[in-house]
Ligand binder design. Structure first.
Ligand code: 3MF
Ligand code: MG
Length: 345
């Protein structure tokens, strides 16, 4: 498979049981080892992890036991010729974090969140990656008056600073999302994520990840969100997927809703040599209707769409595009893109 110099990843949550808020799982749980085998078979290079994907039940384990289990996971990856892209603290499921983690009103919860995330940093190090993704799932409110938003912003910054200090080699990637599970999140867009990072004790170690669906949920264009981060050398990972309008987070296959929007994401990644900086992560979920034995095609399709769009981007006549920009003939430019997208191979 021609991969044009890109490396690809997904997380174990992208092969899932299909439960939604209104219905139970519809597919059996797939063992982690089988997910790794699928990842390899489909031509991916790296696995993404929540801390407890790598070390289940880490809250109840000693530091030595966490190290032992993370190192065993690293050997499993090594044996398959795979790597870990990043580790993310799962700060949204534990009973302690019902009202948020770093921004909880209860100081005991904030202390738990920081201790938990330090363990995440340890696990990342044992897995051989310097990257931690912070998806700040419950850092926000259902009720505006429930928290002090100014204080919450400082609490997020303090947590980031504490982590940068704890592990001097760690790089933090903030994944913004405007809503869900919260009504309103404190870090909803790329602008918020980058501003927070720039205020930290070491801005050179704080970057960001754009998830296509999250940008759409914020009413923004994913390619422009990526471009904003790329402009400052801050786009260190992506979660490509698709999203049909302003509704629940769908994690649809990349390009399956809006191919033009997918094309533009690939275009900005191509034009800015993203492949030299980060991996292409696919945060996609199989439709709930998909039978178990067929529930990896969303990953296959997303990878294929990305690669086909790279070919489309590379086939474009750049001189012609410049001419059309200068002539301000954007209708002709529109046709050039549409024609390229509709061409058969
Ligand atoms: C959120 C994420 C993940 C989530 C995952 C759960 C790193 O968009 O990317 O956090 O945990 O999507 O379904
Ligand atoms: Mg994501």
């Amino acid at each position: 498979m021609e991969k044009y110099g890109y490396k690809f990843s997904f997380g174990p949550w992208n092969i899932h049981e299909g439960a939604d808020p209104f219905g139970p799982p519809v597919r059996p749980t797939v063992a982690f080892g089988d997910k790794l085998a699928t990842l390899k078979e489909l031509g991916f290079d790296a696995m993404q992890f929540h801390d407890d994907d790598a070390v289940p039940d880490l809250d109840n384990l000693s530091a030595a036991e966490i190290k032992r289990q993370a190192e065993a996971m690293k050997r499993m990856l090594d044996d398959l010729g795979l790597v870990a892209e990043f580790v993310a603290p799962r700060l949204w499921e534990h009973p302690m974090t019902i009202d948020g983690a770093f921004t909880a009103n209860d100081p005991a919860v904030r202390a738990y969140a920081l201790e938990r995330t330090k363990k995440t940093a340890d696990i990342a190090r044992y897995l051989g990656t310097d990257l931690m993704v912070l998806w700040l799932a419950r850092e926000g409110t259902y009720l505006r008056e429930a928290k002090d938003a100014v204080r919450a912003t400082h609490q997020l910054l303090e947590a980031i600073d504490a982590l940068l200090e704890y592990d001097p080699a760690l790089r933090i990637i903030i994944e913004p999302k405007p809503n869900e599970p919260m009504d309103l999140a404190y870090i909803p867009t790329m602008g918020h994520a980058l501003a927070l990072g720039m205020q930290s004790r070491d801005p050179s170690r704080v970057g960001a990840l754009v998830e296509s669906a999250h940008a759409v949920l914020a009413g923004l264009d994913p390619a422009d969100e990526m471009s904003f981060a790329l402009a400052f050398g801050k786009l260190w990972s992506v979660h490509l997927n698709d999203q049909n309008g302003l509704k629940f987070d769908q994690d649809r296959s990349f390009g399956s809703v809006d191919l033009r929007r997918a094309f533009n994401q690939v275009r900005v990644l191509e034009e800015n040599n993203f492949r030299e900086v980060g991996m292409v992560g696919l945060d996609v979920k199989a439709l709930r209707t998909q039978p178990a034995e067929l529930a990896t095609k969303h990953l296959r399709n997303s990878l294929r769409v990305f690669l086909r769009l790279v070919a489309v981007v590379r086939s474009l006549d750049k001189t012609r595009i410049d001419e059309l920009r200068q002539a301000r003939d954007y209708e002709e430019l529109d046709w050039l893109v549409l024609d390229a997208l509709m061409k058969n191979e």
